[in-house]
Design a binder for this molecule. Structure first.
Ligand SMILES: [Zn+2]
Length: 562
């Protein structure tokens, strides 16, 4: 068996060179009609979606099948993100990923529970050996769920190549019924420098879309001059789904010549955050619309551009009439066309762009440090995509670091020296980002070194020091102290912390650690008596919950089983 794997890995290397995707190698991971609530590379917060989200009929517990034979190469259980996730590596070099699972098949479940009890942790990650958990195509490997960052029951399914790059699973012959045209919802024109303008303005301009009876689009007549880029908001609905998904390909043409070809076939996890450079990030943060730029800004390392001419930017000359076209396609090649007729017109005077200036100019390609009394902010080199004036202000311990309309490539470090705090609460302080109009203090992962509190974060905004002096709360959900629980399958408690949030929890019965699965969405921890770890008649349950500044609560109860 091991020999076969090694041999097939070797020949797969030459297949990848040609971007050849086998069409009948992978079977469906579910035995229901595949309806997608999410498509590959669709636009998500700070990332492109790396797989398909397959609907599970609003239920959990659907059988999940190995899409092809192979071995379980990784199992990861985390509170957030993928929740319970299974990775199967196949002899052709691809790996399939199944995420947000409720549980695994009995054999895999036993394997992972053994590790959880050894490590005394619900969250675990393991890379089994090739011979530990071998699976056949079509074998039940897990059950669908809603664990981790999932917002409703579904199966997240991925196919990765041997360089861990996710590939659009539809390229492997997975069939999704789609005869519906993509939709264009917004279109904007961007003057790309100070000497360019659209409709007599140097500001980006929203163009009024006109939808034609055949599903194509045009816009009201525009005048422009100079270097112009465009951006659109678009999505695609598939026949069996009511929700909107992402599109597959976007191309633009200027007077018949291709300007850009954006292709959502494959990307790498290293580049997924640069989605924030692909969309108009400031527009997204203020209007909640993801405008996809049909031009490539500076410092945009994305590999999604299959072709581009002058970075997708057009040059409009005086006294010309030209036509700019956009083709938006879904995977089935249904195409919506947008036609923009442009009259080239040089103006004597245009409306200048509004601009903000401050005494804090940030150079994107340099390290920048802001210091004020007990606060320091360190931006490392290449944290930002472009130079800008930062809106920086401090009053007491509240520090304004611009706002969240500017995307960051990497974290910066914000530090407070708290040696002047002599209050008893000094050891209960944490760094919070103030969010919303009520300035809700959102815990930012805070580290402490003596009198220094610091956090690493990728979000600009307003930060403050906040004290959390309240202990976490713990209460039983499905039992009472002193109760007989012989017929119970589960033991459930609700745990919560209002200030800094829960950092850890630990549950024991008669002094022995028991596995409790934590679901942050319902604030529930659950023990499954089928783990067969509780064997006495009289049992003392003890649960300790600790928050992010170290406050802790202990809950104790007695229950009986036989
Ligand atoms: Zn997903």
């Amino acid at each position: 068996m091991r020999f076969t794997f090694a041999f097939l890995f070797f020949i797969s290397a030459s297949i990848f060179a040609q971007d050849y995707y086998p069409k009948d190698y992978f079977g469906n991971p579910l035995d229901v009609t595949l309806v997608l609530s999410g498509t590959f590379a669709e636009l998500r917060p700070n990332h492109f979606h790396s797989g398909l989200d397959i609907k599970t009929q609003q239920r959990t517990g659907l059988k999940v099948y190995a899409a092809a034979s192979g071995y379980v190469s990784r199992i990861k259980i985390s509170h957030y993100g993928y929740g319970k996730a299974l990775y199967i590596t196949h002899p052709n070099g691809y790996t399939t990923v199944y995420a947000h699972l409720s549980k695994f098949s009995p054999e895999i479940e036993a394997f992972i529970k053994k590790l959880q009890y050894e490590k005394e942790s619900f969250e675990v990650e393991v890379f089994p050996n090739t011979e530990d958990l071998i699976v056949e195509k079509g074998e039940i490997v897990a059950y669908s769920g809603n664990t981790g960052g999932s917002g409703g029951p579904h199966l997240h399914f991925e196919i990765r190549d041997n360089a861990e790059r996710p590939i659009n699973p539809l390229l492997f012959g997975i069939d999704i019924k789609d005869t519906t045209l993509p939709v264009i919802k917004e279109v904007y024109a961007y003057p790309m420098d100070n000497n360019s303008y659209v409709n007599k303005s140097n500001e980006k301009q929203k163009l009024r879309l006109i939808k034609l009876p055949n599903g194509d689009y045009t816009v009201e007549h525009i005048e422009a001059y100079g270097k112009i880029g465009f951006a659109i908001e678009s999505n695609d609905r598939q026949d069996l789904a009511y929700n909107n998904n992402g599109v597959y390909n976007i191309q633009s043409f200027f007077n018949g010549n291709q300007k850009i070809d954006i292709d959502f076939q494959r990307f790498s996890f290293d580049e997924t955050r640069h989605l924030n450079r692909f969309i108009d990030y400031g527009h997204y943060k203020t209007k909640n619309e993801r405008l996809q730029k049909l031009f490539i800004d500076s410092n945009n390392p994305l590999s999604l551009y299959k072709n581009s001419d002058n970075r997708g930017i057009i040059t409009v000359e005086d006294s010309t009439s030209s036509v700019y076209k956009v083709a938006v396609k879904d995977f089935m090649n249904n195409t919506a066309w947008l036609t923009i007729n442009i009259e080239g017109k040089k103006e004597a005077k245009v409306k200048a762009k509004d601009s903000f200036a401050s005494s804090y100019y940030i150079y994107a390609n340099k390290a920048n440090e802001l210091l004020h009394k007990n606060v320091s902010v360190e931006f490392y080199q290449d944290t930002f995509y472009e130079d800008f004036y930062m809106d920086f202000a401090i009053s007491n311990d509240t520090i304004k670091l611009h706002d969240d309309s500017i995307p960051l490539k990497k974290s910066f470090k914000l530090s407070y020296n708290i040696s002047n705090f002599n209050t008893p609460d000094a050891d209960k302080l944490y760094i919070a980002r103030l969010v919303g109009y009520k300035n809700y203090p959102w815990y930012s992962n805070t580290k402490r070194e003596g009198n220094l509190l610091y956090t690493h974060t990728k979000i600009l905004g307003t930060y403050a020091l906040v004290a959390d002096t309240v202990n976490p709360s713990i209460r039983p959900i499905n039992f009472k102290d002193g109760q007989w629980l012989s017929k119970y399958r589960y033991l459930k408690l609700k745990i919560d912390d209002e200030g800094s949030g829960i950092s850890s929890y630990r549950a024991t019965v008669n002094g022995q650690w028991i596995l409790m699965e934590y679901d942050y969405k319902t604030k529930t921890i659950t023990h499954d008596f089928n783990d067969n770890i509780v064997s006495e008649t009289k049992n003392n349950l003890k649960v300790i919950v600790t928050d992010n500044v170290g406050n802790n609560s202990t809950f104790e109860a007695t229950f009986y089983r036989k």
